[in-house]
Design a protein around this ligand. Structure first.
Ligand code: ATP
Ligand code: MG
Ligand code: MG
Ligand code: MG
Length: 439
C-alpha cells in the first residue's frame, strides 16, 4: 500500500477527551473515529488490526472443534421472553420497535438465539458434542462508555456456545475453550490469566474471566505471580483427549487467581508475600458453563442413549476483539506510539522514502516494495512529499514491526537502514539483504 493513496488520518495533537494511552494512540494513529457515544467507525489501519485479531480467534476456535456461523444483530424480543431475560436484562439492552409494532432488540449476546437454532435442527445425542460460534457486533447501552473501544456500546464479540448431553461432556467442552483461549491470547503477544469469576446475568456455576494485567484496567484482580511464567499449551494439543485437557486446565487453575467479586481475602493472605499479585486488569474473555438454564425453558432437548429426552447442557464463551485492540496497545507501546506484536501488526513493514523525487531512492524503494510484497510481506510505503522527521514520527506512531529506511546518503554505499520498532535497534544493511534480515 502506498501511503499517498491510503487513508491514514493521523492526528498531531493529543485528543483531550482520551484518558488512557490506548485511546489516545488509536485516535492519533487514525484507527477509529467515534460517531456517537460508544459507537465507532473503524478506519483502515484499525480495521486491519481487528481483522488480524479475528483471524487468530477463528484459527484457534476451529482448532478446538468449534464451527462458525453468523447470527443477526437484531433479535426478536419473543425469544428473550421465553428465557425470561427480556425483562431481567434491564437498561443495557437496546430495545427497538419495528413498523408492525413488534418488539425487537439489538443483541447484547446470543444464548437465546443459538438455543433456538439448536432446538430447530438437533434431536439426538449422536449429534453432540456441538459448538457453534460467530463473530458479530453486539450492543450494550453501557451506563459509562469510555476509553474508546475498550468499553464501547457497540462492540465486536466472538461468542461460542457448546451443547452436550451431560455435565461431564459439557466440562470437556468448557476445557476445550479454556485451552483455546490460552492459545489465542498468547498468539497476540498477551499474557492472559484465567481467574475465577462471577457468572452475572448469564447464569451458571463454572466461570473464568481471562484477564490482562494493566494499570488502566477496570477490574481489581488478585493472583499468584506464578501464572506470569506458565507455558502456553502447544498447537498440537489433542482437544479430544479429555484427561489431557483436564490436566492442562487443572494446572492453570490450581493456584490462586480471582477477580474482586470472587476474591477470598483469607485464601489470598495465605500465599507467601513474594507470590502475591494484586493489580488492575482488563477482561478480554469470559467463559461460562450454565447447564440447562436456557435449554430447559426453551425446550432444547435431545434423545439420549436411554431413549429419553434430556435438556442439553450448555456453555458460552466470549472474547472481545474490539476491546483487544486497545488492550494490546496498553500492553505494548512507548512515548512515540504503538508497538504492534508481529502477529497482529496491520502491516509488517513501513518503507520510508526519505527523498521522493530522487531517482536513486525512488528506484530502490520501488524495487524493495515489489520484492517485499512478492515475498508475502504487507508493506506500507511512505512515498509522500514529507520531511524525514515527519516520516519517522509517523512510522513510530503507527508502530509497524519493521521500518526500512531508504535515504540518498546510505544508498550511495548500496545500503539501507532497518529499524526494529520494538527495540529501536537500527542497522545498515545492503539493499539485497533486506528480505533475509526480516526473517
Ligand atoms: P465487562 O465486565 O467489561 O462489562 P462483561 O463481563 O459484561 O464485560 P461478557 O458478557 O462477559 O462481558 O462478554 C464477553 C466479552 O465481551 C468480554 O470479556 C469483553 O472482552 C467483551 N465486552 C463486553 N462488554 C464490552 C464493551 N462494552 N466494550 C467492548 N468489549 C466488551
Ligand atoms: Mg458488562
Ligand atoms: Mg465482566
Ligand atoms: Mg464477563
Amino acid at each position: 500500500m502506498r501511503l499517498s493513496r491510503y487513508f491514514l488520518p493521523t492526528l498531531r495533537e493529543t485528543p483531550r477527551e482520551a484518558e488512557i494511552v490506548s485511546h489516545r494512540l488509536m485516535l492519533r494513529a487514525g484507527m477509529v473515529r467515534q460517531q456517537s457515544a460508544g459507537i465507532f467507525s473503524w478506519l483502515p489501519l484499525g480495521l486491519r488490526v481487528l481483522n488480524k485479531i479475528n483471524a487468530i480467534i477463528r484459527e484457534e476456535q476451529n482448532r478446538a472443534g468449534a464451527v462458525e456461523i453468523l447470527m443477526p444483530t437484531i433479535q426478536s424480543a419473543d425469544l428473550w421472553r421465553e428465557s425470561g431475560r427480556y425483562e431481567a436484562y434491564g437498561k443495557e439492552m437496546l430495545r427497538i420497535r419495528d413498523r408492525h409494532e413488534r418488539d425487537m432488540l439489538f443483541g447484547p449476546t446470543n444464548e437465546e438465539m443459538v438455543t433456538d437454532i439448536f432446538r430447530t435442527y438437533l434431536r439426538s445425542y449422536k449429534d453432540l458434542p456441538l459448538n457453534l460460534y460467530h463473530i458479530q457486533w453486539k450492543f450494550r447501552d453501557e451506563i459509562r462508555p469510555r476509553f474508546g473501544t475498550m468499553r464501547s456500546r457497540e462492540f465486536l464479540m466472538k461468542d461460542a456456545y457448546s451443547f452436550d448431553l451431560d455435565k461431564e461432556s459439557a466440562r470437556h467442552a468448557y476445557n476445550r475453550m479454556f485451552v483455546a483461549y490460552l492459545r489465542t491470547f498468547a498468539r497476540m503477544g498477551l499474557r492472559a490469566i484465567p481467574m475465577q469469576a462471577d457468572t452475572g446475568p448469564i447464569g451458571g456455576d463454572l466461570s473464568h474471566e481471562f484477564i490482562i494485567l494493566a494499570s488502566t484496567g477496570e477490574s481489581e484482580v488478585f493472583c499468584d505471580k506464578a501464572y506470569l511464567d506458565f507455558d502456553t499449551p502447544a498447537a498440537e494439543t489433542d482437544f479430544e483427549d479429555r484427561a489431557g485437557l483436564q490436566g492442562i486446565v487443572d494446572a492453570w487453575t490450581a493456584r490462586y487467581a480471582a477477580t474482586d467479586e470472587k476474591h477470598d481475602e483469607a485464601a489470598f493472605a495465605a500465599l507467601p508475600d513474594a507470590d502475591k499479585l494484586s493489580a488492575r486488569g482488563i477482561e478480554v474473555g469470559h467463559i461460562f458453563y450454565f447447564g440447562t438454564k436456557y435449554s430447559e425453558p426453551m425446550r432444547a432437548v435431545v434423545t439420549g442413549p436411554d431413549g429419553k429426552e434430556h435438556p442439553v447442557h450448555m456453555g458460552s464463551y466470549g472474547i472481545g476483539p474490539s476491546r483487544l485492540v486497545p488492550a494490546i496497545i496498553e500492553a505494548s507501546h512507548d512515548e512515540a506510539g504503538v508497538i504492534w506484536p508481529d502477529a497482529i501488526a496491520p502491516f509488517h513493514v513501513a518503507l520510508l522514502n526519505l527523498k521522493p523525487g530522487d531517482p536513486a531512492t525512488d528506484g530502490a524503494c520501488e524495487t524493495l516494495y515489489a520484492a517485499l510484497g512478492a515475498a508475502g510481506y504487507d508493506v506500507l510505503y511512505d512515498d509522500r512529499e514529507e520531511r524525514p522527521g515527519a516520516k519517522f514520527a509517523n512510522a513510530d506512531l503507527i508502530g509497524l514491526p519493521w521500518q526500512v529506511i531508504v535515504g540518498p546518503k546510505s544508498l550511495a554505499d548500496g545500503k539501507i537502514e532497518m529499524k526494529r520498532r520494538a527495540t529501536g535497534a537500527r542497522e545498515l544493511v545492503a539493499v539485497d539483504d533486506c528480505l533475509a534480515r526480516l526473517k
